[in-house]
Structure formats: C-alpha cells, structure tokens
Ligand binder design. Sequence first.
Ligand code: RBF
Ligand code: MG
Length: 313
Amino acid sequence: MNLLGQELHKYRPAKDAYLSIGVFDGVHKGHRHLLEVLANQSNTNGVLTGVVTFINHPREVLNPGFSQSWLTTAEEKYHLMKEVGIDLIVPIAFTKETSRIRANQFTDLLQKHLRMRGLVVGPDFALGQNREGDVNFLSSLGKEKGFDVKVVNLQQTTNRPISSSLIREALLTGDLVTVFQLLGRNYSVSGKVVAGDGRGATVLGYPTANLEIPQYKAIPKDGIYAAMATIDGQHYQATVSLGIQPTFPNSPHKLEAFILDLNANIYGRTVGLEFIERLRDELTFPTKKGLISQIEKDVIHTRRIFTEREHEK
Ligand code: RBF
Ligand code: MG
C-alpha cells in the first residue's frame, strides 16, 4: 500500500463525508469561506465535514530548496478548523510518491477510507500526477464514481485573491492592517519564555519576556508593536520589541514582550502574542536614558490603543 493509503487507512469515519483538500496555512478568510461552504454542503447532506490537509508544503517536494515559513503551526491550524465546524481533520504528508498518484487512484482512496461523497474545492484546485485531476476532470470522474464536486469561487480583496503568500508579504513589510484584512483576525505567535540577558530588568527597568518562537513560524517585520498577550487563558496588554536592539551592538535577534500589569515570574510558561498595531521601527539611541523614555512612550501608546479599541466596541 502507498503512504497515502496507509495514512488514510487509519480513519474509520462513522458517516459519509464531504471533503476539502489543501495546505490551508493561516486558515485565512478565503479558506474560511471555502470551509463554510463545505460545512453547509455536508450539513445539508447529513454527512461529516472533513479536511485533508498537508503536513508539509507540496512545493517543498516539487521544488527542492523551497522552504516555507508558516502562518499557522499544525495545532493552530487544527484549532481554527474546528472553530469553523470541521469534524474530521486528516493530516497527510505530501511526498514524491503522493505527487505521482493518478487522480482516480487518489479519489478512490478518499472514497474507500474517508467515505468521500463530495469534494468542495477552489477553481484552481487539482490533484494527482501532473495536476491531471483538475476541476473538470474531477467533476466528470465524480459523476462516474458517485461523488459530488462543488467549486467555490475565491474571496477577493482589491482584485487579488486572498492567499497565504499575500499575508506573508504583508507581515514582512509590517503591514498589520492588510494582515488583519486578509486573515480576518490578528496575526499571532506563541512561544515559551526563555532566559534573556536580564538587561531589560536591570538596566532599563522594563523587564521583558523573551519568547522562543517555533522555527518555521513567520514573524512580522522587525519593530515595536502593541500586542495582546495571553498566558494561561488570561489576557494582558503588551508592548513587543522584535529585532536586534541596535542600541546594544551584537545582540541576538529576539522577540521580547514587556507585559503590562503583570508582576510574576513567567519563565518556562507559554505566552501567546496577538500583534495589534505596529508602533515604530527599532531605533539606535545614543543613551540608555533616551531608550527608556521612548519605551515609556511606547507603553503609553499601547494603553491608548487598547482604550480606543474598547471604545470602538
Ligand atoms: N532596543 C533598541 O535598541 N532600540 C529600540 O528602539 C528598542 N525599543 C524597545 C521598545 C520596547 C517597548 C521594549 C520593551 C524594548 C525595546 N528595545 C529596544 C529592546 C531593549 O533594548 C531590550 O528589551 C533590552 O535591551 C533587553 O534585551
Ligand atoms: Mg528580556
């Protein structure tokens, strides 16, 4: 049995299912639109809502050398999918072997193991060797083999379809307004608090939590941000410094959060950060005093952003 067969073989869904297939990195607005159509279709037909999602990026296999930074970790992705009502999440690895599976063999496996009765996809979707199973191919195959194919038009923003790569680009330029528009929520990163240099607490009077970020996670452009921190389900306002702290030469690249109104040792705990607004670039200050008074302003700015958001509700 091929790897895909082995992976799918583990599942024994109690009912038939409508499925979508893809990477779904970020579970952005466009993905959510597609998944909502999927959920409606399966509810109408009284079947399960399932997603088959690649663990790695197919492009990694198809063009070696390509490496992806991810908008969502696997756990974040599954959590977001469950929120939109996906019952069955089936992670699969994309391998050379997967890329060579014939389209009809692929759908046979989906029918056999996941009880696929319908497939909901975007207009550019294709599966199977050389993308032979495009939307037209799948529609006629479905008629023959007994599954329905529904094509969902992609959500547009200012004439470009919403895509994970557009969101990555916006993160790289620090354009959180666009990120929010395409993602439908704030971008977030979570990581364990590790030991820093202690300079924040001892020299500046602004102790920061230094976060260890997952290796493949996309991070925004260096700079200072207002963020919402979450620690054990509790929310805190935070001012985040992301970068190389140019005031102190040879500092490592770091993601640090000054968490407002928290007096606790949080070493080893996991902190989630939702990036809300970019405040400024990192600057080089001639004196520590200059940096301290700027940090003071950043913190006041952060509080103001939260107050304004509170009023907008
Ligand atoms: N370091 C800099 O060199 N330049 C900055 O503009 C800068 N801005 C910061 C703003 C805030 C709100 C915080 C919490 C830190 C900032 N830092 C900056 C990082 C600071 O130098 C670092 O936290 C300490 O040196 C401890 O590593
Ligand atoms: Mg620190």
